[in-house]
Design a protein around this ligand. Structure first.
Ligand code: 2M8
Length: 420
């Protein structure tokens, strides 16, 4: 089977009817940003199914605009924590109580452009209009509940919210989390996968303590925004949000919608984003809202500034210098953590491995900013790893071996939509 066929087969196998599971064993539910990326894969061979993927995600949107990070459409004992632990949702749809990186607006804009190019604008316009309104509500929710100081950034209240679960950026901000009352629990992830590829027990205790905290607040977002013991301005989500607002404004303009509210969000982000520039490290870095301290970690998210549309000659040059330095150390770009950091681990999840979806965003950003050689490196490395290893959850930047689950939906989707 050629890889195009294999990628389509992976998406079909993980399709549960209207939504796609990231991987049948390890992640048996609908995940927010996975679904957005998966839609781009479907769009290469089944346009209607692509739109349905995003529409199903937004069916789980709460009345305040929030879109959950997991939707538990069915029961499955293979994942922990499940719906009973979260105890969240609206209208009988069981969900988690936190969100995930806002990439959906960028994806819907791409789906719309693709429909227009295929001469199907009239067919898809009503669906695009509905999604525009839902996306705007979600972005407003972010501005209200995930940017409590109005800095123009995205403040995560849970490491899972960032999508880069065990990045070392969350280590110091996670220290004050009280894990003494977490109690006994059984992880399922380490039943499916080698524990050395997964977060540690201490990290899981913190994840669980934050779930218990949110649940105790009845998942009332205004309370969590104020009182959460974990509040970190995530450089990844902040860059993706900036990009997503630009795409939402462009989509709205194409659809004849009023985009003034989105324009204001873009201005706020452009005014505020420099707060995430770490002058000592000469890099874009996450910053703890509570302590005010920069993480100082150079991660793959540090290279999303181009994708965000930031053009700043001095900062760009410093960022590219990190990129080139890292590119000499690893065989495959872009590792989730600087390989020269003492905490780098080539297979431990978001502390080293390469993720195809992050590479896609970095590659698109570099190409748009005119850094063609580097953009080609990112795409070429991604393609090589997929060719050698198949569609793994992530890959070692050192030797390209697979890490985490195999037959992974968003990886297959990125082959179809970008790398292949
Ligand atoms: C990983 O996260 C989940 C929790 O949301 C987990 O490990 O249990 C992350 O890689 C996340 O970014 C991703 O959306 C999810 C499913 O692929 O897995």
């Amino acid at each position: 089977m050629d890889l195009n066929e294999a990628a389509r087969a992976t998406l079909r196998a993980n399709d549960r009817g209207g939504y796609t599971v990231p991987n049948g064993q390890v992640y048996p539910f609908q995940w927010n940003w996975d679904s957005a990326f998966v839609a781009l894969g479907f769009d290469t061979f089944d346009r209607d199914r692509a739109w349905a993927e995003v529409e199903t995600l937004f069916e789980a949107q709460w009345s305040d605009g929030f879109v959950p990070h997991i939707i538990f459409w069915v029961d499955d004992a293979g994942y922990f924590p499940g719906p009973d632990v979260w105890a969240a949702g609206e209208n009988g749809i069981r969900t988690s109580g936190i969100t995930q990186p806002p990439v959906a607006a960028t994806v819907v804009r791409m789906l719309w452009d693709s429909a227009v190019a295929a001469g199907q604008a009239d067919t898809f316009r009503p669906r695009a209009e509905k999604l525009f309104d839902q996306l705007l509500a979600w972005h407003r929710w972010f501005a209200t509940h995930r940017d409590p100081e109005g800095r123009g950034v995205v403040v995560a209240v849970h490491p899972w919210e960032t999508g880069r679960d065990n990045s070392p950026e969350w280590d110091a901000p996670g220290e004050p989390i009280d894990v003494s009352g977490v109690g006994a629990y059984t992880r399922r992830d380490t039943g499916h996968l080698d524990a050395k590829m997964r977060p540690t027990k201490l990290e899981y205790d913190r994840y669980l303590a934050l779930v218990q905290y949110g649940r105790a607040q009845g998942w009332e977002h205004h309370k969590i925004a104020v009182g959460s013991p974990f509040k970190v301005a995530d450089v990844g989500m902040s860059m993706m949000m900036m990009r997503a607002n630009r795409d939402l404004a462009a989509l709205g303009t194409l659809l004849g919608k009023d985009v003034s509210a989105v324009d204001r969000l873009i201005e706020r982000a452009e005014d505020g984003i420099d707060w995430l520039w770490d002058a000592d490290r000469q890099s874009w870095c996450s910053r703890d809202l509570i302590s005010g301290k920069s993480s100082g970690f150079v991660t793959s998210a540090s290279f999303l500034s181009f994708y965000a549309g930031i053009r700043d000659a001095t900062k760009d040059a410093a960022t590219l210098a990190h990129f080139d330095r890292i590119g000499k150390v690893v065989k495959y770009m872009v590792p989730s953590l600087d390989p020269e950091d003492p905490g780098f681990q080539m297979v431990r999840y978001w502390r080293g491995p390469v993720w195809a979806v992050v590479n896609t965003m970095i590659g698109i950003g570099l190409a748009e900013a005119g850094h063609d050689v580097r953009a080609k490196r990112v795409k070429g490395d991604t393609r090589t790893m997929m060719n050698q290893t198949g569609f793994f959850e992530a890959y070692s930047p050192v030797d390209g071996t697979g890490s985490g689950g195999d037959d992974f939906s968003w990886t297959a989707a990125m082959w179809l939509a970008w790398a292949g």
